[in-house]
Ligand binder design. Structure first.
Ligand code: BDR
Ligand code: CA
Length: 321
């Protein structure tokens, strides 16, 4: 059984990832931590509460960081991708639930201390909350089982960044936090655009969910209208990458991925801000920026068909829930 804290800037693909975790067998979702990114912290927090309420996900929601710990490449929110409220402008009733009063970083730390070596974090937004938790307790890496991050791009294949030629959004939104987390020694796997942009979903994928995944399928259909409109406007096709659910897929079925290992740095200033660079052979270079940093696993290949099938399989549990 994987015990999971989901750290999210809950927009459209994050909501899909949350449902994936919720309906996956062998996952116990322990908490949701929110962080600004796809929309403001107020909006993403409300989105988390709404999705929990609608799907009976009975876990605490902890409100997290409203902004980055350092300079960011991006300012404002990507409403052209996720809509003004982060959920594709879906209209929904005000949630009755409230988030907990302690901040996300403190909650993470408290849970990790109470369950040493037991908890995995799936982080699909900026890494600000985890950086704050590390600043509160540098021993956090010893208390966590693992961290799976959706973020970055390592320039394998044809892929560049999605907020600059070299930067992915979750990294560009708080590069200093990401650099700190990747250097912390938490057992970390990074699922970046190199693989998420090779894991494509289209309208037929959503239609199948709508048919077989009950209200979850309907919800995914509704929130992805806006998302597909955006992708159609740039790619001229109603298809898009499966970003955040790829981190969940790695957690559930790591065999679907191949990876490289090495220290990862995130550029936190200048034109290349947000760029993620894997130093596979740090000993080869005179420069020591990658030396003496812990290794991360960086996904470079994916069985995309396997990921899509896994998602459909897990979501079909929604129809019987
Ligand atoms: C990442 O950025 C956000 O917009 C998505 O939710 C995803 O986590 C993709 O670059
Ligand atoms: Ca996200």
């Amino acid at each position: 059984m994987k015990r999971v804290i989901f750290d999210t800037d809950i927009g459209i693909d994050d909501a899909m990832a949350l449902l994936f975790l919720n309906y996956a067998p062998n996952v116990k979702l322990e908490a949701i931590c929110t962080v600004s990114g796809n929309a403001s912290i107020t909006d993403v927090n409300r989105n988390a509460l709404y999705v929990c309420e609608r799907f009976g996900i009975d876990v605490p929601v902890y409100r997290g960081a409203s902004g980055p710990i350092g300079p960011a490449l991006t300012t404002g929110y990507p409403d052209f991708v996720h809509g003004r409220n982060g959920l594709g402008n879906l209209k929904y009733p005000k949630p009755k639930r409230r988030s907990k009063s302690i901040p996300a970083a403190e909650a993470m730390l408290r849970m990790a201390r109470e369950n040493p070596g037991q908890l995995s974090i799936v982080a699909v937004g900026r890494l600000t909350n985890i950086a704050h938790a590390l600043n509160l307790c540098p021993e956090l890496p010893d208390l966590l089982k693992e961290l799976v991050v959706m973020g970055g791009v390592f320039m394998g294949g044809d892929h560049g960044g999605n907020v600059s030629p070299v930067a992915e959004a979750n990294m560009g939104g708080d590069p200093a936090a990401a650099d700190e987390v990747f250097g912390s020694g938490i057992s970390t796997t990074i699922v970046g655009l190199d693989v998420t942009q090779n894991t494509i979903m289209d309208e037929s994928f959503v239609a199948k969910l709508r048919e077989h995944a009950g209200d979850a399928g309907q919800f995914i259909h509704d929130i992805t209208r806006y998302y597909f409109d955006f992708y159609e406007s740039i790619n001229h096709a109603r298809r898009c990458p499966i970003h955040d659910s790829s981190a969940v897929a790695y957690l559930l079925a790591p065999k679907l991925y191949t990876y490289k290992e090495g220290p990862v740095r995130v550029i936190s200033e200048g034109l290349a801000m947000g760029q993620t660079i894997l130093g596979e052979h740090p000993e080869r270079y005179a420069i020591d920026a990658w030396r003496d940093r812990p290794s991360c696993r960086v996904c470079v290949g994916v069985d995309a068909k396997g990921v899509r099938a896994l998602y459909q399989r897990c979501l079909s549990n929604a129809a019987i829930a």
